[in-house]
Design a binder for this molecule. Structure first.
Ligand code: ADP
Length: 249
């Protein structure tokens, strides 16, 4: 089943900057899709349109193989983990997650269970009564994730969730993302860290200049684009050869 069918999306900002040109791709149920590109490639624009925060000029997105879903129904099936941490410092971890779960329409009789599940997934259940102000940067990011997933979305979009955090929290986040996938969620994952992509992604889209340059499984990309005949050793080399830029730029 296709969780997303993105067809011919185009977007030009008011400044005249064309951010996306006829972008088309599918996202399959149960996969972790690595969404990669140098700065300015159009990743955030695409993600904002998918998350219904921004309107495309043209093109369509079919969500969850169902043309009849309302905007509200779509929103309740989406989870977006923003790059910037958006939590309330003066509410306990539990109350933060509860607030977002209620916002996404989780029924009152289910809310305690779902909040606990989300805190368990990110390894913060034992800290549920603590204020985020006592948390490390990595723990705040994990709480941010719990807030975005408590309503058990079918599609979760992570926008660089591991920037500037300690290795322990990073590993925890990567493991919990794989766990979410194994429980049936579909994931779109953006990052500037290639080793994370090789660790967790099933499929990879590399874009630049508002267009897709490569869209294939990690397995196929490594098989077809790296090795002695190609002169490329890893995904980082493939990225560099396609875009002319390093992912870290
Ligand atoms: P990425 O997330 O891959 O770094 P973006 O989607 O943020 O790329 O940006 C794509 C292009 O659109 C870039 O050239 C960027 O400068 C431009 N852009 C992004 N947001 C805006 C905006 N709000 N107004 C004008 N131009 C924008």
């Amino acid at each position: 089943m296709d969780v997303l069918q993105v067809t011919d999306l185009s977007k030009t900002y008011k400044t005249g900057k064309k951010a996306l040109t006829d972008l088309s791709f599918d996202v399959k149920k149960g996969e972790i899709l690595g969404f990669l590109g140098p700065n300015g490639a159009g990743k955030s624009t695409t993600i904002s349109i998918i998350a219904t925060l921004l309107k495309a000029d043209s093109g369509t997105i079919k969500y969850f193989d169902d043309s009849h879903l309302s905007g509200k129904q779509i929103k309740c099936k989406l989870g977006v983990v923003p790059q910037d941490i958006a939590i309330y410092e003066d509410l306990s971890a539990y109350k933060n997650v509860k607030f977002f779960a209620a916002l996404y329409g989780v029924k009152r009789n289910l809310i305690d269970q779902k909040v606990r599940n989300a805190l368990t997934k990110v390894g913060l259940l034992e800290r549920k009564d603590d204020l985020p102000s006592s948390f490390s940067g990595g723990m705040k990011r994990r709480l941010n994730i719990a807030c975005a997933i408590a309503h058990e979305p079918d599609l979760i979009i992570f926008d660089e969730p591991t920037v500037g955090i300690d290795p322990q929290s990073r590993n925890h986040i990567l493991t919990s993302i794989k766990g979410m996938r194994d429980q049936g969620a579909t994931i779109i994952y953006t990052t500037h860290y290639m080793e994370e992509v090789e660790q967790i992604c099933d499929r990879i889209i590399i874009m630049d200049g508002g267009k897709i340059l490569l869209n294939d499984t990690l397995h196929n990309i490594l098989r077809d684009y790296t090795g002695p005949k190609t002169g490329k050793h890893n995904l980082e080399d493939v990225f560099l050869s396609l875009t002319g830029k390093s992912l870290r730029d």
